[in-house]
Design a protein around this ligand. Structure first.
Ligand code: G4P
Length: 287
């Protein structure tokens, strides 16, 4: 499957982010726990050079828990402060404030030495589309937050959300774009719904997902769709056809509606109904 991907406004977004990053102490980067490397843009390392870094492993509820732990170790090893979160339920968010303090300990100490007391840490949330930035800001900032007025130098329209005496958040998240060099990484992004399905062939995508699941999570399909028996050697299209049949997705004349079955499978995967599934493991353990 050949994925063509032409994200618009890349240069403009990058330029705007470069400006905004000058104003902040800490970059809070959200990644999708199911595809933690594929759902980030490595350019952030250059853009955020010299800033304290936090990685939030979001949607951790949808990912394999043992893989989540491996990813926490991986990002910690890169010098990032990592927190596993589920922004939809708020799980893990309590850990963020202490982690911010830890991540910005040097800045806080530097301020103290200069006699600057209680200057809040200024943070910016970044991530590719659909990774959960708005959900995070809403859940973390909550209703209690107060927007502070525009400050000089902040891109017009941007405001700071004062979360506490010690933390201010830029209210507009920095949108990165996914960057993938190979088709496998592109497929992973397509599986989680980060590449518009309209430019993809959903049926082909579903076949690729079946191929992956049969190899790495062999029980997931049979468990979700009782009646489907993925016998060894069954091709992905035979399995998709079985899903269509057990879900009564039939066209005139009793022909299976594979396109509808593909949509069901992809939706079930994306919402976690196939179980907690991680699509990529950290480079070391993948070897
Ligand atoms: P963005 O600003 O980065 O583009 O992402 P946004 O917050 O809009 O979130 C994208 C989707 O991901 C939303 O689902 C949101 O509910 C879901 N989401 C965010 N964080 C989590 C999480 O930790 N776990 C799970 N399971 N889902 C999460 P949606 O289908 O677009 O909207 P809705 O149906 O939830 O309203």
């Amino acid at each position: 499957m050949n994925i063509q991907w032409y994200p618009g406004h890349m240069t403009k977004a990058k330029r705007a982010m470069k400006e905004d990053i000058k104003l902040i102490d800490l970059v809070i980067e959200l990644v999708d726990a199911r595809v933690p490397l594929g759902s980030r843009n490595p350019d952030i390392d250059e853009l955020a050079a010299g800033k304290a870094r936090m990685v939030l492993l979001n949607k951790s509820d949808l990912a394999d828990e043992s893989a989540n732990e491996e990813w926490v170790r991986y990002f910690s090893g890169l010098g990032c402060h990592v927190v596993k979160v589920n922004c939809k339920t708020g799980s893990g968010l309590k850990q963020i404030n202490p982690t911010v303090q830890e991540a910005c300990k040097e800045k806080i100490e530097r301020d103290r030495r200069r006699g600057i007391l209680n200057r809040p840490v200024r943070a910016m949330v970044v991530g590719i589309p659909n990774v959960g930035k708005s959900t995070f800001i809403n859940a973390f900032a909550g209703k209690a937050c107060a927007k502070t007025g525009n400050k000089p130098g902040v891109t017009k329209g941007n405001q700071w959300i004062r979360l506490s005496k010690t933390l201010e958040l830029l209210d507009t998240p920095g949108i990165l774009w996914p960057k993938f060099e190979d088709q496998k990484a592109g497929l992973n992004l397509a599986f989680i719904g980060s590449i518009n399905d309209e430019i993809l062939d959903r049926e082909e995508l579903a076949l690729e997902l079946i191929r992956f699941l049969e190899e790495r999570y062999p029980q997931s399909i049979e468990k979700r769709y009782p009646g489907v028996e993925g016998n060894d050697g069954d091709s992905p299209s035979a399995i998709l056809e079985q899903i269509a049949r057990v879900r009564a997705c039939l066209l005139k004349g009793g022909v299976s509606d594979n396109s509808k079955a593909a949509s069901i499978l992809l939706d079930d995967f994306r919402s976690g109904r196939l179980g907690r599934i991680t699509l990529e493991l950290p480079p070391v353990s993948a070897q």
